[in-house]
Design a protein around this ligand. Structure first.
Ligand code: NAG
Ligand code: NAG
Ligand code: NAG
Length: 387
């Protein structure tokens, strides 16, 4: 809730003005209370080093504050709203270089708002007392954006685990989504991935060790992080990472914060990965029994790092085949960390997605025989019934 600046006229001190003044004080006090329990707003720290016009909001919803950072283009009155979700265990700072490359193109691409957020426990968002799965997360994200009055339609971008979140959002609220951008994004087959099935407990153990290290000797743990003793996919960016300085520093400080908030969030989130991907798998497999393209003609761009091998490439192609309108780009130079390795390529993919969105033909009403919402409700109901 924004508190509008109010000016008192101190020269006139008659009774009416005094009563008016007291009412205003009460009004301002109530507003202040609201902003404490509702949402607070701050501008720093940002994601790009210069001319960072973003505004951060801490939006309270069902007992947890989510950090949402918005970049409103002042040069246009309406246009696309694009959301960015990072991989696991990363947060909004991962998008610093992409944002740096995207800001100068916002007007040409007719982008009104860029929105970045931190999943619970990461960045500036509250740590939840329990792991929140992708479906509950997107429900809370939708509600939090509604509180801020950033309304759909949205273009959803997800890197790595963010891929599960954008697909979970789409199947939950298809009418909110005009386009999906999966940047080496995780897919429903995560649930059957032997690498993760065999490796999960080892990764959880690593994070428990980090929590112990950080608790016993924070300085040494931080030094170890800086010296590259935490694997690149575990959330800490070393100094050589291609990120604006401010985003890099935020990542390093928040990862190793002595409160262990971040490390606990990562441990918690690892615990919901199978459950989230299983729900998505059930829903998409269910839809695919009825229609070849469960995401209909919703434009999708898939950007894949080829370094991860053929089985991953095949799964990425399957994501592109969820819709009748999709493009699949291959990045042959990046690691899985495309947002930091190759931010220009990420922005180029977004340009192609927006071209598709701007030219998509609406489906004829007669050809839309299934109401997606009720179908999903039925599927979710069946699913819930069986567990
Ligand atoms: C808005 O226009 C001004 C003046 O042309 C320009 O400097 C600024 O970069 C533009 N902002 C965006 C987000 O496009
Ligand atoms: C954590 O502590 C273990 C045991 O002392 C050590 O082997 C490991 O290198 C430490 N890791 C980090 C990132 O500090
Ligand atoms: C929509 O209907 C029009 C007129 O009936 C037809 O020419 C067109 O091919 C249809 N488009 C789709 C996508 O079915």
């Amino acid at each position: 809730m924004m508190v509008t600046p109010t000016f008192f006229n101190n020269k006139n001190s008659n009774n009416n003005n005094t009563i008016f003044g007291y009412s205003l004080l009460v009004f301002l006090f109530i507003n202040l209370l609201n902003s404490c329990s509702g949402q607070s707003i701050f501008t720093r720290p940002g994601l790009v080093d210069q001319d960072d016009f973003g505004v951060s909001h801490l939006v309270m919803y069902e007992g947890l504050k989510m950090h949402i950072r918005t970049y409103d283009n002042p040069n246009i009155t309406s246009g696309h709203t694009i959301l960015f979700d990072a991989g696991l265990p990363f947060f909004s700072s991962s998008w610093g270089s992409v944002l740096l490359n995207l800001i100068p193109k916002m007007t040409d691409l007719n982008i009104k708002t860029v929105i970045l957020y931190d999943r619970y426990g990461y960045g500036y968002s509250d740590l939840s007392p329990y792991g929140i799965d992708s479906f509950d997360f997107v429900r809370r994200l939708k509600a939090s954006l509604n509180i801020l009055d950033y309304q759909p339609p949205y273009i959803l971008t997800g890197w790595s685990w963010g891929g599960i979140n954008i697909q979970s959002y789409y199947v939950s609220y298809p009418e909110d989504v005009v386009g999906l951008y999966s940047v080496d994004g995780t897919d429903k087959e995560f649930y059957n991935d032997p690498v993760w099935i065999n490796g999960m407990s080892g990764i959880v153990t690593s994070f428990k060790t980090y929590i112990k290290n950080n608790t016993e000797n924070h300085q040494e743990f931080y030094k170890n992080c800086l010296e590259g003793r935490v694997p690149a996919n575990h959330g800490f960016y070393v100094d050589s990472t291609n990120l604006p300085k401010i985003a890099l520093t935020n990542n390093q400080n928040i990862f190793s914060d002595p409160s262990n908030k971040y490390l606990n969030a990562a441990t918690q989130e690892l615990g919901i990965m199978f459950q989230s991907s299983f729900k998505l798998l059930q829903i998409i497999d269910g839809l695919q029994k009825k229609e070849q393209f469960p995401f209909k003609n919703t434009p999708i761009v898939v950007l894949t790092a080829s370094v991860n091998g053929q089985p991953w490439m095949d799964r990425q192609s399957a994501v592109a085949q969820l819709s009748t309108k999709s493009l699949h780009f291959i990045d042959t130079v990046s690691s899985h960390h495309i947002p930091t390795d190759n931010p220009v390529k990420v922005v180029n993919g977004l340009v192609e997605l927006i071209k598709m969105i701007d030219t998509v033909e609406p489906l004829n009403s007669s050809s839309v025989s299934l109401a997606p919402n009720s179908l999903i409700l039925i599927l979710v109901a069946i699913f819930v019934f069986f567990i």
